[in-house]
Design a protein around this ligand. Structure first.
Ligand SMILES: Cc1cc2nc3c(=O)[nH]c(=O)nc-3n(C[C@H](O)[C@H](O)[C@H](O)COP(=O)(O)OP(=O)(O)OC[C@H]3O[C@@H](n4cnc5c(N)ncnc54)[C@H](O)[C@@H]3O)c2cc1C
Length: 465
C-alpha cells in the first residue's frame, strides 16, 4: 500500500471535516493521501463551526454526564438511535483530549443566564478551534482546496473512484477511493428550506454568515447513490436575534424575564415555558411562521438591569429601545399602543406571586395566576418600573436536522447497509428530532468526524477502496 497511496477526499472544513481529515492523515501515515475541499474561499471556510462559540456538553474534558445518553434520547422524543448516542458518549472524552493535544485549550464557560447541563468550550470558541485544527492538518500533510465545491460522487460499479468538483468555473474529477461528507445541513438553500418548512422559510435569516454555504449538497450527492435519510426534516435549530443587528448571532435571550408581543401588542407564547434553551427554537419558529411581518418584541422594564449578569444573555450590539411610558415605547417600536397597554395590564394583574422569589438562573416557579392566555409559567413579574425597554426580534436558523442516515461507525447507510467507502459526520447527518440537544452539534461533529477519518483509513488499508 505504501507504494500506492489511496486517496481520501473530505468535503467541508467545519468541525466534522477537520476532525476527519486530521484523524485520517495521522492514522494513514502517508499511505493515504488526504485532500479537504471546501466550497468557500479560505477566509470564509469553516462553516457554522467558525461562527459558533462551540459549547460542548461535557462535565469536563474527560467525562460526560452519566445521564448523557438518556438526555439525548429524551431530546429526540425517543426517536433517536441509542447506539449512535452511546458511541458519542463513549468517544467524547478521548476526542476532546485528542483535540486538546492539537493545541486547543478547553475552559468551563459561563453560559448565558440560565443554568443547564455542564459545558466545556474551546478557548476562543469556533474560530480558534478551526484555526488550530487547520494548522495541525497542514502539518499532517492534508491538502486543502478552497473555493472548490463538491458536485457528485463518481463510482465504478459499487466502488467509489472519484469526486466531481467545481473550482473557478472549471469542473474536474479528483481521484477518491473513499469520501467523507461533512458539508453541513441545508439552511443556506432557500428552496430546500421552503420545501421542508413551508412558506416563509426561504426568507428566514441565517444566524451567521457560515450557514450560507450549507446548501444540502452532500445530502443530495449521497442520496443520488441511494443513501437513506434520517433526522427530523421538519426540525431546525433556530434562535431569536435582534432584528436591527447585522452582526453574527446577535441573540437576545432575556425574553423569559418580560413578555413578548406581536405588532398588535398581543402575547402569543409562554415566555417562561422553560429555560431559554428549551424555548428558543419554538419561539424563533413561531415568529417566522406565525406572526405578522415575522417580527416580535420583547418588552421589559428596568428590573432587567438589576438581574446579575443580564448582559451575558444579550449578544446584540444595539441597545434596547427605551421610553418612560409603555405608550411611548409602543409608538417607538411600531406596536399597536392600545393593544400593548391592554396586554400589559392583563399580564400585570396576573403577576400575583412574590417577586422576591424571582431567580433568572433557574425555573423559579413564579407563574402568572388564573387563566392568563397564553400562560406564563416562570419569571412572572409585573412590567411596571420605567424605563420600559424593548427589543425587536426575528427568528434565525442555525442549522437543519434532516440529513443522511449513518451508523455508529459514521458509515453512510442505504437501507441499513453501509455504502462502501462513504462516510459522513456533523450537521449533514440526521439523528436530531424535535429539538436540538443543547451543546451537542459541535461535539458530535468532532466525535463522528474523527471516527469517520479512522474508519476510512481502516477501509483503505484493508484494500477495500
Ligand atoms: C452562531 C452559532 C452558534 C452555535 N453554537 C453552538 C454551540 O455552542 N454548541 C454546539 O454544539 N453547536 C453550536 N452551533 C451549531 C454548530 O456550530 C454546527 O452545527 C457545527 O459546527 C456543524 O459542524 P459541521 O462540521 O457539520 O458543519 P460546518 O461547520 O457548517 O461546515 C460545513 C462546511 O462544508 C462546506 N461545504 C458545504 N457544501 C460544500 C460543497 N458542496 N463542497 C465543499 N464544501 C462544502 C462549507 O463551506 C463549510 O465550511 C452553533 C451554530 C451557529 C451558527
Amino acid at each position: 500500500m505504501r507504494n500506492d497511496p489511496k486517496n481520501l477526499v473530505v468535503v467541508g472544513q467545519g468541525a466534522a471535516g477537520l476532525a476527519a481529515a486530521l484523524a485520517a492523515a495521522q492514522a494513514g501515515l502517508g499511505a493515504v493521501k488526504v485532500t479537504l475541499v471546501d466550497k468557500a474561499a479560505e477566509d470564509e471556510a469553516g462553516g457554522n463551526t467558525r461562527w459558533s462559540p462551540s459549547y460542548m456538553r461535557m462535565a469536563a474534558v474527560d467525562r460526560v454526564e452519566p445521564s448523557f445518553v438518556h438526555d439525548m434520547l429524551a431530546a429526540t422524543q425517543y426517536r433517536g438511535d441509542e447506539t449512535y448516542f452511546a458511541r458519542l458518549a463513549r468517544e467524547a472524552p478521548a476526542t476532546c483530549q485528542w483535540i486538546a493535544a492539537q493545541g486547543v485549550e478547553f475552559i468551563q464557560p459561563t453560559y448565558y443566564l440560565a443554568k443547564g447541563p455542564p459545558r466545556i468550550q474551546p478557548l476562543g470558541g469556533g474560530p480558534a478551534v478551526v484555526k488550530q485544527l487547520v494548522l495541525a492538518a497542514k502539518k499532517a500533510k492534508v491538502e486543502f482546496r478552497y473555493g472548490c465545491a463538491a458536485r457528485a460522487i463518481v463510482r465504478t460499479g459499487d466502488r467509489i473512484t472519484g469526486l466531481d468538483v467545481e473550482q473557478g468555473g472549471k469542473h474536474e474529477t479528483l481521484a477518491a477511493d473513499a469520501i467523507i461528507l461533512c458539508s453541513g445541513g441545508f439552511e443556506g438553500d432557500g428552496a430546500k428550506m421552503r420545501e421542508h418548512f413551508g412558506d416563509g422559510a426561504e426568507v428566514m435569516r441565517l444566524i451567521s454568515p457560515g450557514g450560507k454555504f450549507n446548501t444540502g449538497d452532500g445530502i443530495a450527492m449521497a442520496m443520488t447513490l441511494g443513501a437513506s435519510g434520517s433526522g427530523d426534516w421538519n426540525g431546525m435549530h433556530a434562535e431569536p436575534v435582534d432584528a436591527r443587528s447585522n452582526n453574527s448571532a446577535p441573540v437576545v435571550l432575556v425574553y423569559p424575564y418580560g413578555i413578548v408581543v406581536d405588532k398588535n401588542g398581543k402575547r402569543f407564547f409562554d415566555e417562561g415555558g422553560g429555560l431559554v434553551h428549551e424555548t428558543w427554537e419554538w419561539f424563533a419558529r413561531d415568529m417566522q411562521f406565525k406572526t405578522q411581518d415575522r417580527v416580535a418584541f420583547a418588552i421589559l422594564d428596568s428590573r432587567l438591569l438589576a438581574i446579575d449578569g443580564y448582559q451575558r444573555a444579550i449578544r446584540s450590539e444595539v441597545p434596547p429601545v427605551g421610553a418612560d411610558t409603555l405608550n411611548e415605547l409602543a409608538a417607538l417600536i411600531g406596536v399597536d399602543v392600545g393593544g400593548l397597554a391592554e396586554t400589559v395590564a392583563v399580564y400585570n394583574a396576573a403577576c400575583t406571586g412574590d417577586p422576591a422569589k424571582f431567580d433568572a438562573t433557574r425555573c423559579d416557579g413564579l407563574k402568572a395566576a388564573g387563566k392568563l392566555n397564553p400562560p406564563k409559567s416562570n419569571w412572572a413579574r409585573a412590567i411596571s418600573q420605567p424605563p420600559f425597554l424593548a427589543y425587536p426580534l426575528v427568528g434565525a436558523v442555525a442549522y437543519t436536522f434532516g440529513g443522511l442516515a449513518t451508523d455508529e461507525r459514521a458509515r453512510v447507510l442505504r437501507e441499513d447497509r453501509a455504502i462502501p467507502g462513504l462516510y459522513a459526520a456533523g450537521e449533514i447527518t440526521g439523528h436530531f428530532y424535535a429539538t436540538a440537544p443543547n451543546a451537542v452539534s459541535v461535539l458530535r461533529a468532532f466525535v463522528f468526524g474523527r471516527i469517520a477519518g479512522l474508519e476510512a483509513v481502516s477501509f483503505l488499508r484493508a484494500g477495500q477502496g
